[in-house]
Write a protein that binds this ligand. Structure first.
Ligand SMILES: Nc1ncnc2c1ncn2[C@@H]1O[C@H](COP(=O)(O)OP(=O)(O)OP(=O)(O)O)[C@@H](O)[C@H]1O
Ligand SMILES: [Mg+2]
Length: 255
């Protein structure tokens, strides 16, 4: 379980996120949306121990993020894949475990690449892969690490819409099989709704949690969900909350 108590992060005088109280259950898929600059990345980095909170406390299964990271319990996937260009897809997947002094299992890594639709590309280097394929390798790498908690910051941000939809279906499916705890930041409201058990909406200046929506959609979720009424209604609800806070902020800055 991820537990944030009154987490505030300030940079010099600037408060990036303020007073965040949040509990995320083991095995829960939580998505985070909000305007650019509202503190989503800061929040994710703070959960992952890449950023120290100025006040408050983060616990991951009762431990500090640093301890969870040391135990290889945290996996990161960022917007821009961070694969090593000189290593093959397979080597990129096994590399983090080796770095964490854990035995890499090549058979598992190959199976993961296969399950991500990358059979036949094990020996390709990142430059030989498409953007979507690189992100798949980055996801396979985080999974191979064996981390129970996956922190994803706009992992599909640079991909075209159809690839995004497809990867969304794959990620949700993978999550159903593996039951990781996932915190997934995105700019896309439909993606946030499709993926989530719970969708958090953040608000700007200072960054804070504005609303949380329990997402009610059937599982397993395939691409047909995108056309369903339940999906569209929940997307509209999240959008409305985002627009309301945007307009309130615009009014406040006019005064
Ligand atoms: N290391 C830092 N030093 C100073 N200010 C920072 C730092 N990191 C983030 N900020 C500021 O904190 C605020 C929140 O940034 P953050 O990157 O968390 O936003 P975000 O919601 O992820 O935005 P985007 O959607 O554009 O990725 C921004 O105003 C940013 O300028
Ligand atoms: Mg960001």
């Amino acid at each position: 379980m991820i537990d944030l108590e009154n987490v505030t992060v300030t940079f010099d005088e600037f408060t990036a996120v303020a007073d965040i109280d949040l509990r995320i259950d083991e095995g829960e898929f939580v998505t985070v949306v909000g305007p650019s600059g509202c503190g989503k990345t800061t929040l994710l980095r703070t959960i992952g121990g890449l950023q120290e909170p100025t006040a408050g406390r983060v616990r991951i299964d009762g431990r500090s993020p640093a301890a969870a990271q040391a135990a290889a319990d945290l996996g990161f996937v960022f917007q821009r894949h961070t694969l090593l260009p000189w290593k093959t897809a397979l080597e990129n997947v096994t590399f983090l475990r080796k770095l964490a002094d854990q035995p890499a299992n090549e058979g598992d890594a190959r199976a993961l690449l296969r399950s991500m639709g990358l059979e036949g590309f094990e020996d390709a280097r990142p430059a030989e892969l498409s953007g979507g394929m690189r992100q798949r390798v980055a996801i396979a790498r985080a999974l191979h690490l064996g981390a129970d908690v996956l922190l994803m910051d706009e992992p599909f941000g640079e991909l075209d819409e159809i690839t995004r939809d497809e990867l969304g279906v794959e990620i949700r499916d993978l999550w159903r099989r593996e039951r990781k705890t996932v915190v997934f930041v995105t700019h896309s409201v439909p993606e946030a709704v499709f993926l989530a058990d719970r969708c958090l909406v953040m608000r700007d200046r200072p960054g804070r949690l504005e609303a949380a929506f329990e997402i009610d959609l059937p599982d397993p979720r395939d691409a047909s969900v995108f056309g369903s009424r339940a999906f569209q209604e929940q997307v509209a609800q999240v959008r409305e909350t985002l627009h309301e806070s945007y307009e309130a902020d615009a009014r406040a800055s006019d005064d």
